[in-house]
Design a protein around this ligand. Structure first.
Ligand code: SF4
Ligand code: SF4
Length: 107
């Protein structure tokens, strides 16, 4: 993860229970932790949310740091959202009022 992403974490925050889809391949890649980190809505799988963010997100106090605890095994949707992309900028715009969000530069 880039330093900007570590100071941001915005795209890992949501209150929607169907925020991050998990495919069969994603589920297998996540491995043993999938049972704890993935939940089902009907027959579709999604990352579990905890306290307003993905359950796989580690939030460190002090200077806030946000890191994905399964970064090498994260779902494809997360892999596709690269820093500075249109999707990233859309996340920053849509969630600009999230409490505690660090200011980041993605120019
Ligand atoms: S919203 Fe953009 S800058 Fe923030 S963590 Fe996600 S990819 Fe990184
Ligand atoms: S799996 Fe990792 S990168 Fe994807 S939303 Fe969860 S914490 Fe963020």
């Amino acid at each position: 993860m880039s330093d900007d992403c570590l100071a941001c974490g915005v795209c890992c925050f949501s209150t929607l229970e169907s925020y991050v889809p998990v495919s069969g391949d994603d589920y297998e890649r996540i491995g043993e932790e999938a049972a704890r980190l993935v939940h089902f809505v009907g027959n579709k799988a999604f990352m579990h949310l905890f306290e307003g963010h993905c359950a796989a997100l580690d939030v460190r106090a002090g200077p806030r740091r946000y890191s994905c605890s399964i970064y090498e095994r994260r779902p494809e949707t997360c892999r596709e959202l690269s820093q500075g992309s249109r999707a990233c900028l859309g996340e920053l715009e849509a969630k600009s009022l999230r409490p505690g969000r660090a200011l980041v530069c993605v120019a």
